[in-house]
Design a protein around this ligand. Structure first.
Ligand code: ZN
Length: 328
């Protein structure tokens, strides 16, 4: 049996799986990301997953950014112990297998294109809307990574050159409007307060909101974001306006990407996408308003179907695309 080892590295969780050519998971495990000595935890996880499975052909890694594909190093924002860490080399040494690396949002896009909501699409933009906004592109069926692995950083596309300063140093970035914390902040600034007696993130409400896929609420997602989605669904005008504002910024970015790269499908995942129609309905409406050219208007926006598994799936696909043919 043919399989590859897929690894997904985030600030809160490490995940690994043996994945066959059809995308089935043969064996998988996760563990929390430790504060220090992440590599030892990753090595133990790899050992656990590979011990009982068939031998893997190659390794694909999706890692929280920033990554530098030119050097194979990573410096994840939420993992202070890794700065310029030579992840590709370390994993290659450990496993003795060809090892490829990409950003986790790039792997999200590739995974959704391979097995998820973007299956069969010619070109795809994947967007992860969470505490920040990440993205990845699959163009004519192949991932577009860029020389250093930074292609697809759509959260920092400026949709308003006169807009507010962004944490990245730029101005008017879509992330300033559409990320979970920024939508919550805008709502709070405009008089919203989470409804009394409905504790944010309680099981009762989370169950309604997270449908259809609770696993899409990424760890680390702010409970306030869920409360905002709940209140928007209940018709709170400020909460509704916060989502409409966020959706409109996303629509501007999506129309721009579609015009530049002729993506046919956009898959939206991340914790904020779990809000469902509260986000997607105004997004469709805004896109209908901002998009002009027929091929831009034709773009299909879909909710992620793989959720947190998308990055792992993309990492597996990355390994298949590279594995065996390119010894490193
Ligand atoms: Zn920015």
């Amino acid at each position: 049996m043919t399989c590859v080892l897929a690894i997904d590295i985030g600030g809160t969780k490490l995940a690994a799986a043996l994945v066959d050519e059809a995308g089935s998971v043969l064996c998988s495990a996760t563990r929390p990301t430790p504060r220090t000595d992440v590599m030892s935890a990753l090595a133990a996880l790899i050992e656990e997953v590979t011990a009982n499975g068939p031998p893997a052909l190659a390794v694909g890694i999706g890692c929280a950014g920033p990554v530098d594909l030119a050097t194979g190093t990573v410096s994840p924002v939420n993992m202070p112990s890794w700065r310029g860490f030579p992840l590709r080399e370390e994993v290659q040494k450990l496993t003795g297998l060809p090892t490829v690396l990409a950003g986790d949002a790039q792997c999200f896009a590739l995974g959704e294109h391979w097995l998820g909501a973007g299956r069969g699409s010619a070109s795809l933009l994947g967007i992860v809307v969470s505490t920040g906004i990440g993205g990845g592109l699959v163009i004519d069926g192949a991932p577009l990574l860029g020389p250093t692995g930074n292609a697809g950083h759509v959260g920092h596309m400026s949709i308003d050159p006169y807009g507010e300063r962004c944490e990245c140093g730029g101005r008017g970035c879509v992330e300033r409007y559409s990320s979970g914390p920024n939508m919550v902040q805008w709502a709070l600034d405009n008089g919203w307060s989470p409804a009394a007696g409905q504790e944010a993130g309680s099981t009762r409400h989370a169950a309604d909101l997270a449908a259809p896929d609770v696993t899409m609420l990424r760890t680390g997602e702010q409970p306030d974001g869920r409360a905002l989605a709940r209140d928007a669904a209940a018709g709170d005008p400020v909460a509704v306006a916060a989502f409409e504002r966020g959706a409109r910024a996303l629509a501007g970015m999506i129309a721009s990407v579609a015009a530049a790269a002729e993506v046919t499908t956009v898959v939206v995942g991340g914790g904020v996408s779990a809000a469902g129609q509260v986000l997607f309905e105004p997004l469709e409406r805004a896109l209908d308003d901002v998009a002009g050219l027929p091929f831009v208007r034709a773009v299909q926006v879909r909710q992620s179907t793989l959720g947190v598994r998308a990055s792992l799936a993309g990492a597996a696909k990355l390994a298949y695309d590279a594995g065996g043919s390119r010894p490193r």
